[in-house]
Design a protein around this ligand. Structure first.
Ligand SMILES: NC(=O)c1ccc[n+]([C@@H]2O[C@H](COP(=O)([O-])OP(=O)(O)OC[C@H]3O[C@@H](n4cnc5c(N)ncnc54)[C@H](O)[C@@H]3O)[C@@H](O)[C@H]2O)c1
Length: 369
C-alpha cells in the first residue's frame, strides 16, 4: 500500500512517501539521509493536538532528541507576517547557544505548510524542511512543488501569498491515516483539486472518482492513497518541467482557478478554495464548450462529476461585475489580456489567451443564481 514518488527539479531531488502510517518511516529516512541535530515542528493547535505526540515520538525514535514546537492559530488570517516573525523568534531562541542545524517539520494543512516552507526558506537563507500534510488539499497540492508564502494585510484587505518563495522540501510524508479525522468539508475541498488533475491529465483518475465517491468521502485509506499518488505524480511531472512557472507549463494547473480565485475573493472567502475551484472548473469547461474547444457531452460530464460529489456548481450571492472586476486584477489577466487553461477533452487541457469578454460574461451569467 505504500507508494513513493521521486521529484527531480533543478534545485532539489526529494521523495514523496504515501501510505497509512508512513510517518513511521521517518526513522529509516533519517538514517539514509543523515539525522538532523534538532527539529522544529510548525503546526496548528488542532493538528498538533491530534498528531503532535506521534510525530515527536517518531523523531525521538529516530534519534532526534532536541525538539521544539511553534504552534500558530488555524485559518488563512493566521498565515500572516506577525506569526512569521513570531516563529522566527522562537527558532532563534531554540537554537541560541547551540552549534546545530535545525530541520523544520511542517505538520498540518496548507496554511501550516505554506508558512513552514516560507520560514524554512528564509531562516538563515534556507534550512531543510520536511512536509507532513494532514489535509487532502495539502497532500495533493500545497506540500508538493515548492511554492511557499504568507499573506500581507494592505488597506484592510488580505493579499494572498504576496510574500513567498520557491523552495522545495527535503521530503514529503503523506500519512493517509491522518486524513481519517478530516471533516467531510475538508475532504471535498481537496477532492476539487483531485478532479482538476483528472480533467487536465488523467481520464482514469476522473472515472475513478466517479466510481469511488463514497469510499473517498469515507476516507478509505487505500482509495485515498490511490488518488493522492495519481495527483502528486501529475504535479511532479508539471513541476519538473517548469519549477518556477517561467515556461508556461505550470499554467495548466490553473484550470478552474482563474474564475475560482475571483469567486473566492468576491464571496469574501465564504466559498472555500475547493468550492471556488469547483465552480471555476464548471465555468471554464463551459467557456471551452462555447469556444468549440470541448464537446458539449464532455462539458456536461465534468459538471455532473463535480455536482455528484457535493461540490457547488453555481455561484450564490456575488455579482458578475464583482467577479469580473477581481478577475481583471489577476496576474492571468495581465495588461487587459486573459489566459485560461481550458479542457479540450477529459484528460487534456490547452492554454488559451484573449478570450472575448462577452463569452466569459455570458458563462458567469449562467452560473450566478
Ligand atoms: N503552496 C501551494 O502550492 C498551495 C497550493 C494550494 C493551496 N495553498 C494554500 O493552502 C491553504 C489552504 O490549505 P488547507 O485547505 O489545507 O486548509 P488549512 O490549512 O486551513 O486546514 C483546514 C482545517 O483543517 C484542519 N485540519 C488539518 N488537518 C486535519 C486533520 N488531519 N484532521 C482534522 N482537522 C485537520 C486545520 O486545523 C484547519 O482548521 C491556503 O492558504 C492556500 O493558499 C498553497
Amino acid at each position: 500500500m505504500k507508494k513513493t514518488i521521486t521529484v527531480r527539479t533543478n534545485s532539489a531531488v526529494y521523495g514523496i512517501f504515501i501510505g497509512p502510517g508512513i510517518t513511521g518511516s521517518l526513522n529509516s529516512f533519517f538514517r539514509a539521509s543523515g539525522r538532523p541535530d534538532s527539529a522544529f515542528i510548525i503546526s496548528s493547535p488542532r493538528v498538533f493536538g491530534l498528531y503532535g505526540r506521534e510525530i515527536t515520538g517518531e523523531l525521538k525514535t529516530s534519534g532526534v532528541n532536541d525538539i521544539a514546537t511553534g504552534i500558530f492559530g488555524d485559518g488563512e488570517r493566521n498565515k500572516s507576517m506577525p506569526n512569521y516573525e513570531c516563529l522566527l523568534g522562537k527558532i532563534i531562541d531554540f537554537e541560541s547557544g547551540k552549534q546545530k542545524q535545525t530541520t523544520i517539520i511542517a505538520l498540518g494543512g496548507g496554511v501550516v505548510g505554506d508558512m513552514a516552507g516560507f520560514v524554512a526558506s528564509t531562516y538563515r537563507r534556507g534550512v531543510p524542511c520536511i512536509q507532513i500534510p494532514t489535509t487532502l488539499l495539502a497532500a495533493v497540492d500545497s506540500s508538493v512543488g515548492g511554492k511557499t508564502g504568507i499573506d500581507i494585510k494592505r488597506n484592510g484587505s488580505i493579499i494572498k501569498n504576496i510574500a513567498g518563495t520557491f523552495y522545495q522540501p527535503s521530503a514529503v510524508f503523506i500519512n493517509t491515516g491522518f486524513l481519517g479525522t478530516l471533516p467531510e468539508s475538508q475532504v471535498l475541498n481537496g477532492l476539487s483539486e483531485v478532479i482538476k488533475y483528472g480533467v487536465i491529465r488523467d481520464h482514469g483518475l476522473f472515472d475513478f472518482i466517479g466510481k469511488n465517491r463514497d469510499r473517498i468521502l469515507n476516507r478509505e485509506s487505500g482509495v485515498l492513497a490511490h488518488i493522492i499518488h495519481r495527483s502528486c505524480s501529475i504535479k511532479k511531472d508539471v513541476v519538473e518541467k517548469d519549477e518556477k512557472e517561467t515556461r508556461n507549463v505550470r499554467t495548466i494547473l490553473n484550470y478552474g482557478h482563474t474564475v475560482g480565485h475571483a469567486v473566492e475573493s468576491a464571496s469574501g472567502f465564504r466559498y472555500s478554495h475547493g468550492q471556488s475551484v469547483a465552480i471555476g472548473m464548471v465555468c471554464e469547461a463551459e467557456i471551452s464548450a462555447k469556444l468549440g474547444v470541448l464537446s458539449r457531452e464532455k462539458c456536461l460530464r465534468i459538471r455532473e462529476l463535480i455536482e455528484s460529489t457535493g461540490l457547488p456548481v453555481k455561484i450564490k450571492g456575488c455579482s458578475i461585475e464583482k467577479i469580473m472586476g477581481i478577475m481583471k486584477h489577476d496576474k492571468k489577466f495581465r495588461e487587459g489580456k486573459n489566459k485560461f487553461a481550458l479542457p479540450s477533452d477529459i484528460g487534456k487541457v490547452v492554454v488559451k489567451t484573449d478570450i472575448p469578454e462577452r463569452v466569459i460574461k455570458s458563462v458567469l451569467a449562467g452560473a450566478v443564481s
